[in-house]
Design a protein around this ligand. Sequence first.
Ligand SMILES: N[C@@H](CCC(=O)N[C@@H](CS)C(=O)NCC(=O)O)C(=O)O
Length: 206
Amino acid sequence: MKLYFSDTLNPRKACAVAKYLNLPVKFVGIDLGKGEHLTPEFRAMNPNAKVPVLVDAGKTLWESNAIMCYLAEKAGSDLWPRDERQIEVMRWLMWDTTEFAPQAGTLYFEHIIKPRFGMGEPDPAEIQKATQGFLRYAAVLEAHLHGRRYLVGEALSVADFAVAITLPYAKEARLPLDDFPEIRRWHAGLNALEAWREPFPTMPAV
Ligand SMILES: N[C@@H](CCC(=O)N[C@@H](CS)C(=O)NCC(=O)O)C(=O)O
């Protein structure tokens, strides 16, 4: 199994789950700054020219959430449950993709990716819109997390790995978390996991 990654947001989900499950994955670093994802060979694996990409037994899979589910299924893990929890996990994955991640992801992009890759100044209008959006959806997450250790049921799932993915970057991405103690508590719990804190096999210099 080969997992193509860079030390950025979406690959982080796949790397963290692979590491958490102790799967025999060969990690292949892709340097986005050098455009290694734009080659014909890479596009043949993922026509979107994005990481992560998983190659396993002649199959190629892109989309970080799908890769997390695939890895969990491969390991026979409940991170992607087979019972009634599966719909709940799916709900949070969809909610993250369509509501929460676009806000948190924009703040991550404006404050971290733009300066890192020399993509110009952060855009104040984008930051303001994403901050408002973040506050709106973080309030939903905060209310859900009251009295819960994880997003779904009593156990960790791929939904936690997806929804929390910007939180390790909260300070640098300037995520407005001051009014969300439940989110901070939940994330502190995930931070106890080494696979969550240090998902990448090597941390290439930024
Ligand atoms: N929906 C995709 C998004 C993947 C994605 O945006 N990857 C970024 C790194 S976090 C990337 O490869 N960007 C390169 C580019 O856009 O040129 C997923 O979840 O896998």
